[in-house]
Design a protein around this ligand. Sequence first.
Ligand code: PGA
Length: 254
Amino acid sequence: MRKQIAAANWKMNKTLSEGMSLLNDILSANQTLGSDQHIIFAVPYPYLIPAQNAVSGQQNIAIAAQNCHHKTSGAFTGEVSVDMLESIDIKYVVIGHSERREYFAESNEMLAEKTDLCLAKGITPIFCCGEPLSIREAGTENQYVEQQLNQSLFHLDNQQIEKIVIAYEPIWAIGTGKTATSAQAQEMHAHLRQVIASKYGHETAEKISLLYGGSVKGANASEIFSQPDVDGGLVGGASLVAAEFVQVINGLKS
Ligand code: PGA
């Protein structure tokens, strides 16, 4: 089975002590992960090291950064490089979240650079894509998301693309309480897998974990994750409440 992943995206929430108790509450509630089940916590930069320490030695549990810079180093005050993340042993980075695209003007081209830097350092990008409401209403979401993959990922070769985790997050469903139906999620995920298959072949496409994001919570996770092409979720609001996120984790396919 492909990796099934419950990824928490804390965004800009929680103080250090609040974050660490959240993490510990979740860890103490979840003892039994299947061999293909993984939990990832994308925490704010200042908490990466304490969070790494908190999960150290726990199988299939990892800490992710929520972003990285698209250049290797230099005069970019306030930014964090992929080398820095590698130096503290970070294995996953969320790339191209819609909030980064919207508020920080991140382009598909910039995300291609970030992807390359991460892969060169053995860090797995959790690459986010997804359409705004206007595009969904115009019925052109497939082409829109395809273009995001095309411009940021499709320069990769087969071995590289296999290492990417893709998170489909329709913008109209993020933080709105308005989840895509499981059928809508499956439809887009199947389409994305098909697009990847037509470029890289079926075997490669079948290896890539495709996460759904957008108002996933305890009550809807298992229904969404049960879809054949949905391999887990990237979860914002519901990842900030231990009981909710534990239920999300329990919704992963086993
Ligand atoms: P949400 O956020 O679960 O609060 O909708 C998801 C995300 O932005 O990754």
